[in-house]
Design a protein around this ligand. Structure first.
Ligand SMILES: CC(C)(COP(=O)(O)OP(=O)(O)OC[C@H]1O[C@@H](n2cnc3c(N)ncnc32)[C@H](O)[C@@H]1OP(=O)(O)O)[C@@H](O)C(=O)NCCC(=O)NCCS
Length: 189
């Protein structure tokens, strides 16, 4: 996807340092993530590999050769019956917010997961005091699924998380004929 001057494309290994830098800002200076120490480079490498194996998207927004943000979808929970459900993550560099890049990334993540046959996407949003992430997700059809009160403690305060969810393919019934792709791209059992 191309915005007036930014492009959304799959992450490359060479982007991971920029991705780590963007995330580190929010780890250290915000409660948007409940991580409290920056993720080492090898964890980003492992995430890239894991998502690729699962057929899940990991994208960046790039402008003039600079990574301005990233988004990916990962498994919602490790237990196997959750395998049709994913959780999205979107982070923009602090000076790249408010331009629609979050929406451009989220739209592509949703499309990629729907194409791969996943059924539900969950957003876990820390109640930071800014409503940008919840507003973004609601704009993309996510509906409120609950609030977990005071489940995080960071920077000296208790933080709630909002849960939002969205369908990626039809129906909420089990027994779907559309199944997530396995590592080799074939539907999983
Ligand atoms: C959340 C984030 C991805 C949104 O991307 P973005 O490109 O900045 O989003 P947009 O500019 O399209 O704004 C999204 C919506 O939030 C609103 N918004 C933006 N800043 C806001 C603020 N401080 N308070 C309330 N609403 C705000 C916008 O008006 C817009 O609402 P609309 O869809 O009703 O028009 C981005 O701001 C970001 O990376 N924030 C920091 C990290 C973060 O919180 N990530 C999400 C973790 S779940």
């Amino acid at each position: 996807m191309t915005l007036p001057s930014a492009t959304v494309r799959p992450v490359r290994r060479a982007d991971l340092a920029a991705v780590a830098g963007i995330y580190e800002h929010y780890v250290l200076h915000s409660v948007a993530t409940f991580d409290e120490t920056p993720r080492p480079a090898e964890e980003w490498e492992a995430k890239l590999d894991e998502l690729a194996v699962r057929g899940l998207p990991f994208l960046v927004a790039e402008e003039a050769g600079q990574v301005l943000g990233f988004a990916y979808a990962g498994p919602w929970r490790p237990k196997p019956a959750y395998r049709h459900t994913v959780e999205d993550t979107v982070y923009l560099a602090p000076d790249a917010t408010g331009r629609g890049l979050g929406g451009a990334l989220l739209a592509e993540v949703i499309d990629a997961c729907a194409r791969a046959g996943f059924r539900r996407m969950i957003a876990v949003i820390a109640d930071t005091g800014s409503d940008a992430s919840a507003a973004l997700h609601r704009r993309f059809g996510f509906t409120d699924a609950g609030r977990l009160t005071a489940v995080g403690h960071k920077h000296g305060r208790w933080i709630d998380t909002l849960l939002l969810q969205r369908s990626l393919s039809d129906g909420s019934a089990t027994g779907s004929t559309t199944r997530p792709a396995g590592p080799d791209g074939t539907p999983e059992d």
